[in-house]
Design a protein around this ligand. Structure first.
Ligand SMILES: Nc1ncnc2c1ncn2[C@@H]1O[C@H](COP(=O)(O)OP(=O)(O)OP(=O)(O)O)[C@@H](O)[C@H]1O
Ligand SMILES: Nc1ncnc2c1ncn2[C@@H]1O[C@H](COP(=O)(O)OP(=O)(O)OP(=O)(O)O)[C@@H](O)[C@H]1O
Ligand SMILES: [Mg+2]
Ligand SMILES: [Mg+2]
Lengths: 257, 257
């Protein structure tokens, strides 16, 4: 059965896209068939995998706003054999307003994924930094939500709002929606704030928090400028190794369910 | 004449809120009367100045969606004598949809600010990480836009989209809207990516880019957990000193216009 995971956190710049690209790539390296759906108007997951805006014939905007099939939008990633992508486009940022009169507006992505899901083992959805219609579409379509959490005060602030929205979608739209887990990102053990945030989160969320943390590592932020996941750009870097461990922990958690 | 500045960049986590809080505080320390308007549903600028969500009787949501006067929403910041804040609330994230049928929806903030602007020398607007109705409201109300730019590849990617939206608002709503400047944030000179981004931005945007850069400095991210601007939390820290210099460069650029 295909597993559909939204990667979300309305706090900006916490590592959603970096997590989506690098977990997806590791799972492909482990032989799984993976689709990454980019529903952020910035299109960072698309660019980070080498699919520039000029190469995107259609995008997830066409799926959500014009009823195009995901099949017609999906491209194969040249550098990562076995990874498919549904790229984003900048007009996604106006979808909220365009679909306001459509009673099915929160179910567009779910309906689109249902038609193609059997082709993949995992479908990941990279969300924008907001709790808008796009993120709600992802929550309605997903089995679970993976939450990258930057070890910073402001990032911790937003966690209860995020959990609240997940609960609302579970009650109104998707009764089986769960939290897949919380991954601590940009972890710097020399920094007090990091350990304070970690202690706080592990105390409140316990088992949900992954054992593996992602250290701050410049190779992770260099890789997208080459259109490559870190796993291909610099496989032995601290960042790459950490994401490989996170992907393995992800699969273990999925199998233990 | 009051100057109204939107602090915006749809890329998440680039330092918008940190820039808004610390420039506003420095200008107050230099004797100016400053209002900070928080229109991000996360409410980080409000919390970062010690105004927790339980202390916010009204918010900018009430101004935009219910026509409340800014006067009724503004609070004085206890720790920073002379700084006023219009706090945010989490229901801001549904404003796009709620105002969709209101023909004046992009001018709500502008109309609200016009009624109170003579009371302040500077009005700063902290924007959410998106190019939605809230950010368009800020662009319609502002004289100029200050753009914090993180020295990272993904952050650079989004710059042309941001500039495009500013141009659209200038042509449709606000003919005098300008770019006030671009401030490089989380600058780490040991990191190749930082200098590559800097070279790229200075080449393309020239004079618009501030001479002063903001280094990555942990004291900047610790301060908000005490409800204090860095200038009060640790005035001699590298981050604080850099923001004081940016604020002075900001005033110089405003006076030179
Ligand atoms: N562990 C890390 N170490 C160093 N840099 C990182 C790390 N993770 C992400 N980055 C960099 O930090 C920035 C923010 O990460 P990313 O864009 O993945 O976050 P995001 O949550 O997707 O942002 P947005 O909210 O804008 O969608 C990017 O420039 C990225 O390259
Ligand atoms: N120069 C800096 N050095 C170190 N940390 C910083 C710096 N500037 C900001 N930070 C921290 O980085 C994180 C992101 O900054 P901030 O929240 O100000 O960005 P933002 O653009 O307002 O984010 P959002 O897009 O979510 O509104 C925060 O945790 C903040 O404390
Ligand atoms: Mg992203
Ligand atoms: Mg902010």
């Amino acid at each position: 059965k295909t597993k559909i995971i939204a990667i979300a956190n309305q706090k900006g710049g916490v590592g959603k896209t970096t997590t989506a690209i690098n977990i997806a790539t590791t799972l492909v390296a482990l032989g799984r068939k993976v689709l990454l759906i980019d529903i952020d108007g910035q299109g960072n997951a698309s660019t980070g995998l080498g699919v520039n805006s000029s190469d995107r014939k259609f995008s997830t905007y066409d799926v959500l706003a014009d009823g195009k099939q995901l099949d017609e939008v999906i491209v194969d990633i040249e550098n990562v054999d076995g990874l498919s992508l549904a790229p984003a486009s900048s007009d996604l940022s106006s979808v909220d307003v365009e679909l306001v009169d459509d009673r099915q507006r929160v179910l567009k992505l779910k309906q689109a994924i249902e038609k193609i899901e059997n082709k993949f083992d995992y479908v990941f959805i990279d969300c924008p930094p907001s709790l808008n219609l796009l993120t709600v579409n992802a929550f309605a379509a997903a089995n679970s939500v993976l939450v990258p959490l930057q070890c910073e005060f402001f990032a911790l602030e937003g966690l209860s709002q995020l959990m609240g929205t997940i609960k609302e979608v579970r009650e109104a739209l998707n009764p089986t929606l769960q939290i897949q887990g919380v991954v601590l990102t940009m972890y710097d053990k020399r920094n007090n704030l990091t350990t304070q945030v970690e202690d706080d989160v592990r105390e409140n969320l316990g088992e949900l928090v992954y054992d593996t943390v992602i250290p701050r590592n410049v190779r992770l932020s260099e890789a997208p400028s080459f259109g490559l996941p870190a796993l291909l750009y610099d496989p032995k870097s601290l960042g790459s190794v950490a994401y490989q461990r996170v992907a393995i922990e992800f699969m273990k958690r999925e199998n233990d369910k």
